[in-house]
Ligand binder design. Structure first.
Ligand code: FPP
Length: 246
């Protein structure tokens, strides 16, 4: 039976979200795609706030993938401007709410204004403890894995680590997500049921939740619905149901 009350003791520690459907949301309303991203930022604000209220310590948002460079130039420009605007306008709130900003992805290819703002806000919030907000920027999971393989190979080559010691824990320590726990719940909005090169290693045991709601319409009620759904699943990590329920 579906329990309709959120159990505060059985919340995911780490939620990751593929924020999809901004363009379709705008098109449905006869608006320019870019407006979908603008309203999408309001959903980001609401979801960060709700995650914080629920004491969920890790939230990771897919804001710009390595594949997004193939979008029209003006759309890329808008997304970059929105990121800078978001970081500038939310800075005080991040400080006040004890939130640390973290990013994953290759920042070096991003406009200098984005890099500088990310550096500034990450630096000033680095000791914040209540929640880690990770924004994936120019991120691709296969690119991340490629980076890790190269890094570990070079460390083996120069004898910093020995080949025998390369294990899952060493791999974890080299990922962009080295300071984050595995993802417990992955949400994708807009009806697409794909992972699209997001956190492939880190979602090995995550529960996947897909909703038809477009990202600009996704609010705290929708997050609660996803969490209820999560709580009604049995996470077995390879064990039997009987082993879990002893
Ligand atoms: C997917 O919708 C969304 C994106 C590629 C960008 C997400 C970015 C934001 C919500 C704004 C900036 C982020 C932060 C963290 C402030 P889509 O454009 O692919 O939608 P479509 O599939 O309907 O075209």
């Amino acid at each position: 039976m579906m329990n309709n009350n959120l159990d505060k003791d059985n919340l995911p520690k780490h939620i990751a979200i593929i924020m999809d459907g901004n363009g379709r949301w705008a098109a449905k309303k006869g608006l320019d795609r870019v407006l979908g991203h603008n309203i999408g930022v309001e959903s980001v604000q609401e979801i960060v706030e709700e995650t914080l209220n629920l004491n969920i310590p890790y939230l990771t948002l897919y804001a710009f993938s390595t594949d997004n460079w193939s979008r029209p130039k003006d759309e890329i420009g808008t997304l970059m401007k929105l990121l800078v605007k978001y970081l500038k306008s939310e800075f005080d709130k991040l400080i006040k709410n004890n939130i640390r900003l973290n990013t994953i992805g290759d920042l070096s290819a991003l406009p200098k204004a984005v890099q500088n703002e990310v550096k500034r806000v990450s630096g000033k919030t680095k000791n914040n403890k209540k929640m880690v907000l990770t924004i994936a920027l120019n991120y691709g999971a296969r690119e991340e894995i490629e980076y890790v393989v190269k890094k570990i190979a070079s460390e083996v080559k120069n004898n910093t680590i020995s080949l025998e010691n390369v294990d899952q824990s060493i791999i974890n320590k080299h990922l962009y997500t080295r300071n984050l726990p595995d993802v417990d719940l992955l949400i994708r909005t807009s009806g697409e049921q794909r992972v699209s090169n997001f956190l492939l290693w880190q979602i090995a045991y995550a529960e996947l939740y897909f909703t038809k709601v477009y990202w600009p319409d996704f609010g705290k009620k929708d997050l609660q619905k996803a969490l209820l759904n999560y709580q009604n699943r049995e996470r077995r990590f390879g064990k039997t149901s009987e082993q879990i329920n002893v």
